[in-house]
Design a protein around this ligand. Structure first.
Ligand SMILES: Nc1ncnc2c1ncn2[C@@H]1O[C@H](COP(=O)(O)OP(=O)(O)O)[C@@H](O)[C@H]1O
Ligand SMILES: [Mg+2]
Length: 320
């Protein structure tokens, strides 16, 4: 068994839009090893969601995907048939989204929806399915699981619904859980509880997690490694402690400098000036150069992630 559950090399995604083609990802490099949690951070529009959707074969038909490697478990998504990709979801990999309301069906009870998942993916019916549903709801820390199973989504709070989504994802016993901003729609105390739950589950089940978020604090709390995305590329990746504690890329330093710090009073935050390129594929040279306080003449050439054999890599001509 390979020690990586997700391998992405040189991933490009282009969307056909009414205004022409938009190059959303320009050579993403990312791997998730078995049993680890990897965070993916970056400003809105940097390509985090498109990367996550690519890993599960969930991009819309307007997307054109190419990669030198895109492998989940033992399935190569660049050559797999559509039915193999469907079977992958819910067996090897499962996804939870930002807003549980878009994923839960309002006209069925929570129990009926989880029953559907365990029947389709694991062939369980009747009593066996019922037991599995209650166990799944218990595992995500919901109280009074019989009542929750009999409830409709609108009868539950946002935090409970997100727990239900996690229970549903886990009830197929995936090896990889992809979570796209799973706590963004929740209030702060509930966010912390959901993150703690994800961390517990990861350890208990030896699960691999890809956690997409724009919140560096969330990553610092939950992730073993972190990838920083900018303009459709991963521009820095490494163990969380070094990538966020001693960042090499000027963009990562900019993101950290823009974080509010407790006790910093009314001191103004240093936001990164400028905006993300709207069509990152059309950029020549380093995509961050136009906003970079440290740019120099070599930035006309696009830097690759470096050094290739090290855990902490960055795509910038400046030395680490
Ligand atoms: N279905 C789509 N059609 C066209 N463009 C899209 C689509 N989904 C995402 N994009 C574009 O791809 C880029 C990356 O988006 P996304 O991955 O959603 O960013 P993030 O999750 O980091 O905020 C953005 O420019 C976005 O507008
Ligand atoms: Mg997103």
């Amino acid at each position: 068994m390979a020690d990586t559950i997700l391998e992405i090399e040189d991933l490009h995604v282009t969307f056909d839009t009414p205004r022409g083609s938009l190059h959303a990802l320009s050579g993403v490099e990312l791997a998730v090893r078995r049993g680890e949690s990897v965070g993916l951070v970056g400003e809105t529009g940097s390509g985090k969601t498109v990367t996550a959707l690519s890993a599960l074969g969930l991009l819309p038909p307007t997307a054109t995907v190419s990669a030198s490697r895109l492998v989940v478990g033992d399935l190569d998504l660049t050559t797999a048939a559509p039915q193999e990709v469907r079977a992958l979801r819910g067996r090897t990999a499962a996804m939870i989204f930002q807003n549980p309301d878009t994923s839960l069906n309002p006209v069925f009870t929570v129990g009926q929806q989880i029953a559907d998942v365990v029947r389709r993916h694991r062939g369980l019916k009747g009593r066996a399915a019922q037991q599995q549903i209650l166990a799944a709801l218990e595992e995500v820390g919901l109280p009074d699981v019989r009542r929750v199973a009999g409830s409709y989504p609108h009868e539950l709070s946002g935090g409970m619904k997100q727990r239900v989504m996690i229970a549903m994802a886990l009830s197929c016993e995936p090896e990889l859980l992809v979570a796209d901003e799973p706590t963004t729609a929740l209030d702060v105390t509930v966010q912390a509880q959901i993150l703690e739950l994800l961390r517990d589950i990861q350890h208990r089940r030896d699960l691999s997690i890809l956690l997409v978020t724009h919140d560096l604090g969330v990553v610092a709390e939950v992730c073993d490694r972190v990838g920083v995305m900018y303009a459709g590329r991963v521009v820095e990746i490494g163990p969380t402690a070094s990538a966020l504690g001693a960042p090499h890329h000027p963009y990562t330093r900019g993101l950290l400098a823009a974080l509010p710090r407790p006790g910093s009073g009314r001191r103004r935050l240093r936001a990164i000036t400028g905006t993300v390129p709207s069509n990152p594929g059309a950029v020549r040279g380093c995509p961050f150069a136009p906003r970079c306080p440290e740019r120099f003449d070599r930035c006309d050439e696009e830097p690759a992630l470096d050094p290739p054999s090290e855990e902490h890599q960055h795509a910038c001509h400046l030395p680490a």
